[in-house]
Design a protein around this ligand. Structure first.
Ligand code: URA
Length: 434
């Protein structure tokens, strides 16, 4: 088999066979296909789209490109969760300890920021000492002993995703239904979960821009999961404006802690409660999602969720003194404010562009080599449909002597709109697909 023939076939829009897809994934993972040929094939897949068969074969080839975890010796239904990525999406930091505190083992592999979206691993690494890089044995021992682990992508589990994910990020081939489905589901299958909850974000700050596309992605992933005996449920949730108030790594950790302590912004709390409840239900701790919600609320209200969060941070070597002093930890040296120019109601906050602003400040990567600044980002004081008077603060800009703050202000001005009429917010959770 030759990679050039496979590229040529996909360029002509023909369906690739299982053998051709496995050849590409294995040879690229092993370093025998160069990035330029892999990029050409990814772009051909992106432009000509893949059939359900091709998507399923790509997922399996990626899932089995390294080792797969067998968690059957750990008691209970192991439930995993993944989001397709958004702006201000710190949901994993909240739901993992909630669900673990309800007695369901959470074994999760997460990613770094992708494009304008933030990544759970970057957020966790803003806590001094927190270790996301680990061996399979360490991963298993965390789940066994503490009922919770979140690791980064590894060279052992789904290594093909680690390589292809990084290449997609820099070749404009991220926002494709088949490539996203294969990337997410390969990680979930390799990391051994029995049940999977997927949060498919839709809107300006998501890779899926329409509910129709989000639904196709949901159905694709549910069908792959169920065909491999992993019960899979998707929620489709709004990413038209950033989720919660904060965007930026340590800023998002602070907000996640607020939710675990029973506070936090309404939209973020609602998404966290919905996902945790589905996970608790899939973990067989309740007879219905509604009953699971009561269990989840109790674990937040009686402090068990936050207690589990502290245990988790400590077991993955994060410093608890940081958590206990989080409001003062890693504060940026400068805070500027962006204010309303006129009176009215906020009609839109373009989440994708806000994600790019956070990236420019240093919260995300412009190139593969960029180093993240954990302290910088944005904190909104107003959200869509809120009333503002001229001069009211809409958001704070946390930065470390950023050189061109006027450009940041201009960008915010273009992407936060005010109208005289109050806008109804888009729905937060559009659909649940089983
Ligand atoms: N998250 C992933 O893990 N992969 C994607 O392709 C997009 C979001």
């Amino acid at each position: 088999m030759k990679i050039i023939d496979i590229i040529d076939k996909k360029k002509k829009g023909l369906e690739l066979s299982k053998e051709e897809i496995h050849y590409f994934v294995n040879e690229y993972t092993n370093g025998n296909i160069p990035d330029y040929q892999a990029s050409a094939l990814l772009m051909a897949m992106f432009i000509n789209k893949m059939t359900p068969n091709e998507t399923a074969n790509l997922t399996l080839a990626m899932a089995y490109s390294g080792q797969t975890l067998d968690l059957s010796d750990i008691e209970g239904v192991k439930v995993d969760k993944h989001s397709t990525g958004g702006v201000g999406d710190k949901v994993s930091l909240v739901v993992a300890p909630i669900v673990a505190s309800c007695g369901i083992p959470v074994a999760k592999m997460s990613g770094r920021g992708l494009g304008f979206t933030g990544g759970t691993i970057d957020k966790l690494e803003s806590i001094e000492g927190f270790k996301t890089d680990m061996t399979i044995d360490e991963f298993k021992s965390y789940v066994k002993n503490h009922g919770i682990v979140i690791s980064g992508q590894t060279d052992e589990l789904a290594p093909a995703d680690k390589k292809i994910y990084a290449l997609r990020d820099v070749t404009s081939t991220v926002d494709d239904i088949s490539l996203i489905a294969a990337s997410i589901m390969s990680k979930k299958i390799a990391s051994g979960a029995d049940a999977i909850v997927l949060d498919i974000k839709v809107g300006s700050g998501a890779f899926m821009k329409t509910i129709e596309d989000a639904e196709i992605l949901a159905k694709t992933m549910v069908s792959i999961g169920n065909s491999l005996n992993r019960t899979t449920i998707c929620i489709i949730s709004s990413m038209d404006e950033p989720l919660g108030f904060g965007i930026g790594n340590i800023i998002e950790v602070r907000e996640a802690i607020e939710v675990l302590k029973g506070n936090g912004p309404k939209d973020l709390v609602e998404v966290c409660l919905t996902i945790s409840s589905i996970m608790v239900y899939l973990g067989k701790k309740s007879n219905s999602i509604e009953e699971a919600r009561e269990i989840v609320l109790k674990s937040i209200n009686d402090g068990s969720a936050y207690k589990k969060f502290r245990e988790w941070i400590e077991c993955q070597k994060g410093k608890l003194s940081v958590i206990d002093n989080i409001s003062e930890y890693r504060k940026a040296s400068n805070i500027d404010i962006f204010v309303a120019k006129e009176e009215g109601y906020i009609s839109s906050i373009n989440a994708q562009e806000i994600g790019k602003v956070a990236m420019l400040l240093g919260a995300g990567r412009e190139t593969k080599e960029s180093i993240i600044d954990p302290s910088v980002g944005l904190i909104f004081e107003k959200k869509v449909s809120d009333y503002v008077r001229a001069g009211d603060v809409i958001c704070q800009i946390h930065h470390n002597n950023y050189g061109n703050i006027d450009m940041i202000m201009e960008h915010l001005n273009k992407n936060i709109n005010i109208s005289k009429q109050k806008q109804t917010k888009s729905e937060l959770i559009y659909k649940i697909i089983k």
